[in-house]
Design a protein around this ligand. Structure first.
Ligand code: NAG
Ligand code: NAG
Ligand code: NAG
Ligand code: NAG
Length: 469
């Protein structure tokens, strides 16, 4: 035996000893600083497999079939599911799945859960059709589920048969709004979120959109959620620019790929399967999407601005209103139409024209029509999402707190209808409230149009050539 062989033997022995010590340290104390990542991976995968056979299966099932669509057809039914949210405000329920159901084809359904370490047994689902559907065959529906004991659920699937394990071929939905246990915090990431229910057709009113979004921002809005079926090319550019920056959150809403959505709100007048591109569904989805992060949600259309008339921002408005009405979760704001036709040509004055930019300039519409109070007069809403369970367009359907009609001197909706009004107009008042914002608004609108490449060279030579921000 020569010396090299001996040395080799010694080294090999030393190597084995070191390897074993590392193994022991890693397996016995997972928090060890002396950590080898692949060993930890192997360790957890190992104990996984031993502990329970279903574990691996449940993890595989949930991770392989998670729906990444906003609208998912529910297998073996005529229905669609949209999003699942943790919601334990109503006794006996844990999960609310916002859905679109064919109202005449409701069958029993079952909820199956992916728990942290196993697959649950199925529990019966409760199907709650919203009372507002305007007579269309499809309607917004909440499917309510109860999570079985000893399940820390991460995903849910709906089944038509209770024996879930046999029909594992389901698409799973991630359960949103799962709060960290013990973190019952009252702070919100956002104060005000505006929910714009539906964008569809070739809508391309860039100027109105840019002005309205910048007014929202000046009023204190932190986030605008827009459900997008389709839009015109310039508006698409503007919205891409806003969503890159984070102010606008675009939610794909391809409802026309699944149903024949109605362009209107009355079933008898407007054909279709579902009210107004699914507006009722998106408004509800937006409330739940915002529930954990936003103190208030404004439910209005893009041609409407919820405008405080005695406060300079929504923040100070709501501070006042909420102090006066502490238990109120729904604040109704009166709609006021600012028709486009009558003075359109007259009011040019010192306002920029933005000629060449598609859409119309809302700053030029300063005539407010006196509403006809002898007929129904619609409202839009500012709500506290945590106090609302179901909503319609002009009122909530189910809530936990109280409701308050905000006096029109305090706040009203400045509504610039997209279509020119053909009926005879009622009494008009000059209302230049929007102009109070114009000094800040105009440069911001210019900046945002320039950033999206929507101001042509001819009009704004210097700003365009600079190519800064
Ligand atoms: C399971 O799902 C896949 C697609 O996700 C589909 O192609 C297949 O037909 C389904 N199988 C059954 C038995 O439903
Ligand atoms: C929300 O409003 C409060 C004052 O009411 C303010 O302190 C806080 O910074 C605001 N949060 C955001 C995200 O703007
Ligand atoms: C809006 O939806 C259309 C159709 O899916 C899509 O092509 C477009 O990029 C979307 N726009 C934005 C800003 O998300
Ligand atoms: C904004 O742009 C318009 C149109 O290009 C122009 O007429 C106006 O002077 C600009 N205003 C400001 C403050 O940048």
């Amino acid at each position: 035996m020569d010396r090299t062989t001996h040395l080799k033997g010694m080294l090999f022995f030393l190597f084995i000893v070191i390897l074993i010590s590392i193994l022991i340290i890693n397996v016995s104390s997972p928090r060890s600083n002396f950590m080898i990542p692949w060993l930890h991976g192997a360790h957890s995968a190992f104990s996984f497999r031993v502990s329970e056979q279903t574990v691996t299966r449940s993890m595989n099932v949930c991770s392989s079939q998670i729906s990444d669509q906003t609208i998912t057809p529910l297998d073996n039914t005529k229905h669609f599911v949209v999003s699942a949210f943790m919601d334990q405000r109503v006794k006996g329920f844990d999960i609310r799945i916002i859905s679109i159901f064919k109202r005449d084809s409701i069958q029993p359904l079952h909820c199956l859960f992916c728990c942290a370490d196993h697959l649950s047994s199925a529990t019966p689902a409760t199907v709650l059709l919203h009372s507002d559907h305007f007579g269309f065959p499809f309607g917004t529906t909440d499917v309510m589920c109860q999570i079985p004991h000893d399940c820390s659920a991460t995903h849910v699937a709906l089944l038509t048969q209770p024996e879930g394990v046999k029909s594992l071929n389901q698409s799973w939905m991630q359960i949103k709004n799962r709060r960290n246990p013990g973190k019952e915090e009252e702070t919100f990431q956002l104060n005000f979120t505006v929910c714009i229910s539906n964008l569809f057709g070739k809508y391309n009113n860039v100027l109105q959109f840019a002005q309205t979004l910048e007014i929202y921002r000046l009023l204190g809005v932190d986030r605008v959620v827009i459900y997008n079926t389709s839009c015109g090319p310039e508006l698409n550019r503007l919205l891409h620019s806003y969503s890159q920056e984070g102010f606008v959150e675009m939610v794909p809403w391809p409802i026309d790929k699944h149903l024949n959505p109605s362009h209107g709100w009355q079933h008898l007048k407007h054909e279709g399967d579902l009210h107004y591109f699914g507006q009722l569904t998106t408004l509800n989805e937006c409330i739940y999407r915002s529930m954990e992060r936003s103190r208030y949600v404004l439910l209005n259309d893009i041609d409407e601005i919820i405008m405080p008339y005695q406060h300079d921002s929504l923040t100070s408005l709501m501070d006042t209103l909420q102090t006066q009405h502490p238990n109120t979760g729904v604040f109704l704001i009166e709609n006021h139409i600012f028709p486009r036709k009558p003075l359109e040509e007259r009011i040019k004055g010192p306002l920029p024209q933005w000629s060449g930019v598609s859409g119309f300039n809302i700053l030029q519409n300063i005539c407010r029509e006196e509403p006809d109070r002898s007929v129904y007069h619609p409202h839009k809403m500012i709500i506290q999402p945590r106090l609302v369970e179901q909503t319609s367009v002009h009122e909530v359907l189910k809530m936990f707190g109280e409701m308050f009609k905000v006096p029109l001197e305090v706040c009203r909706i400045i509504h610039h209808p997209i279509n020119i009004i053909k009926r005879p107009l009622k009494q008009l008042h000059v209302d230049t409230r929007l102009w109070d914002f114009k000094d800040k608004l105009i440069p911001r609108v210019n900046k945002t149009l320039r950033k999206a490449g929507l101001l042509s060279t001819g009009q704004e030579t210097s700003g365009w050539m600079e190519k800064t921000n």
